[in-house]
Design a protein around this ligand. Structure first.
Ligand SMILES: [Ca+2]
Ligand SMILES: [Ca+2]
Length: 247
């Protein structure tokens, strides 16, 4: 502004340049206005960045219409910023509690272990089927819901046991689900983002028939132990439906 005014005065002193001086002054004022506006915008963006968004996930057991009817078991979820936080594909189970979740439907240890990581902002379990007050399996037609807060840059991972198996679990890819597209939270049907995985900790029997699978085994952690890499399981589409809602 000072330079522009000086320039205007010089031009005015030269005579016959009043219009140009006025233009120079206007342009300067317009620049300042733009600067103020962009400062306001950045302040708004900044304050919005610090406001977490509340998400709710609902996992519905739709296996009544699928290849093999199965209960779902209580599971664990985390909100995280690093990749492969809940598990890694092609690597063996890390001994953080995933085995108990995948073999016996016990999610507590995994949630507790992962909750202590610096890259995990929230960790929890979902154990009461929707509409109920008691911990238990979600039978066909029932489901689990859980809510959490997140900000851009956060990912969601969760895992829940496919009960008619030795050690299979539903979960997103190990990178997790990116909860934001830029600054915009994602929502809707996310079923396609969820896979079925073999934890590699127990030798598989025929799904729905094995004597060492949760519905039939003598007790937790019963069955032939294995130390194989975690792999994707094909088939069994339509066993669950998962939605993500905001607010
Ligand atoms: Ca297995
Ligand atoms: Ca077992």
């Amino acid at each position: 502004m000072t330079i522009a005014l000086a320039l205007a005065l010089v031009l005015a002193a030269c005579g016959g340049a009043e219009d140009e001086a006025a233009n120079a002054a206007e342009i300067t004022v317009a620049d300042e206005a733009m600067t103020d506006e962009s400062m306001d915008d950045s302040m708004t963006d900044e304050s919005m960045e610090h406001m977490p968004t509340t998400f709710t996930v609902t996992i519905t057991n739709t296996s009544g219409d699928a290849a093999l009817e199965t209960p779902l078991a209580p599971g664990a979820f985390i909100v995280h910023t690093s990749m492969e936080t809940l598990f890694g594909v092609g690597t063996v189970d890390r001994g953080e509690g995933l085995e108990a979740l995948a073999e016996d439907g016990s999610p507590g240890t995994l949630a507790e272990t992962l909750g202590s990581l610096a890259s995990v902002s929230t960790a929890g379990t979902f154990a009461n089927p929707d509409g109920g007050t008691e911990v238990g399996p979600a039978l066909p037609g029932a489901g689990y819901s859980f809510s959490f807060e997140a900000t851009p840059g956060d990912y969601l991972s969760f895992a829940a046991m496919f009960v008619q198996s030795n050690d299979w679990f539903f979960a997103p890819d190990p990178s997790g689900i990116n909860l934001f597209d830029g600054d915009t939270p994602i929502e809707g049907d996310i079923t396609q983002l969820i896979g079925l995985w073999d934890a590699g900790t127990e030798v598989d029997e025929e799904p729905g028939a094995g004597a060492n699978q949760a519905p039939r085994q003598a007790g937790p952690d019963t069955g032939e132990a294995q130390n194989a890499p975690i792999t994707a399981v094909d088939g069994y589409t339509g066993t669950i439906s998962v939605t993500l809602t905001v607010g």
